[in-house]
Design a protein around this ligand. Sequence first.
Ligand SMILES: Nc1ncnc2c1ncn2[C@@H]1O[C@H](COP(=O)(O)OP(=O)(O)OP(=O)(O)O)[C@@H](O)[C@H]1O
Length: 240
Amino acid sequence: MSVLQLDGAAVAVTDLDGDSKTVLAPTSLTLTERRISVIGANGSGKSTLLRLLNGLVMPSEGSVTIDGLDTRKDGAKVRRRVGFVFTDPAAQLVMPTGREDVELSLRRLEKDPRARSRRAMAALERFGLAELAEQSVYELSGGERQLLAIATVLAVEPTVLVLDEPTTLLDLRNRELVRSLLAGLDQQMVLATHDLDLALDADRSLVIDDGRVAFDGSPAAAVAWYRQLVAAEIPLERRK
Ligand SMILES: Nc1ncnc2c1ncn2[C@@H]1O[C@H](COP(=O)(O)OP(=O)(O)OP(=O)(O)O)[C@@H](O)[C@H]1O
C-alpha cells in the first residue's frame, strides 16, 4: 500500500471580503490502510482533505506526501499515482464517447493510437461498458456515466484511488452497482461519502467536523460517533 502522509497540513482560503478562513485545521495523518472512508456533514472539509491527496488543493501550511512525493514539488508524479473520481462524472467526462474519454486519459501512457484504442476497450470491458463504448456519453444512465468516469481514471492504473462521494447522485440500483465494483478493486482507496453503508465497508474511517479530523478509528465506531454527533446537534424538542 502507498503511504499517504499529512504533516500539519492545513488549508486556508480567502473569502469575498478578503478575510482568511480555515477550511482544514492543521492535520497530521498517516494513511496506509487499503480502504479508508471519510464521513462528515456538508461543508465539514471532506473534499478539501481528499483534494490535498492528489494535489488538486495545496496545503497553505504543512505538507502532503504520497510515498515521499511532495504534492507541491512532485505534482505530476503524485497525480499519476493518485487517481481522483469526482461526485459528478460530468466534471471529468469531456469527450463525445466513452472510448474517446478513456483514450484521452491514456494519451501520455500509450503513444500508439491503435494500442491506445485497444487498451481503452479493455478498460471498458472490465467494467461491462464495452457495448456502450461508441455511444454518446449523454445517452448513458447516471450509473453508467459514473462507472465510465471510474474506468477512465483506472485505465492509467493509479496505485491509489480517491473518490469524492461517487454514489451521491445515483439511485439505489446504480449505487449498488458502483459499490460492488469498488468492492472488487485492488487499488488502495480513500472515499468520502454520505452513504454510511459504503463508509462501513472500510478498514479505517475518519469523521471530519468543522474542518478537523474529529474521530479516527474503526468504521463501526466512526459511524456510531458521527450519528451521536448529529443527534446531539438536533434540538431536544425535535428528537423522537
Ligand atoms: N476555494 C474555496 N474558497 C472558499 N471556500 C471554500 C473553498 N474550498 C472550500 N471552501 C469551503 O470550505 C468548507 C469545506 O468544503 P468542502 O467542500 O471540503 O466540504 P465537504 O465536507 O466536502 O462538503 P460536502 O459534503 O457538501 O461536499 C465549505 O464551507 C466550503 O464552502
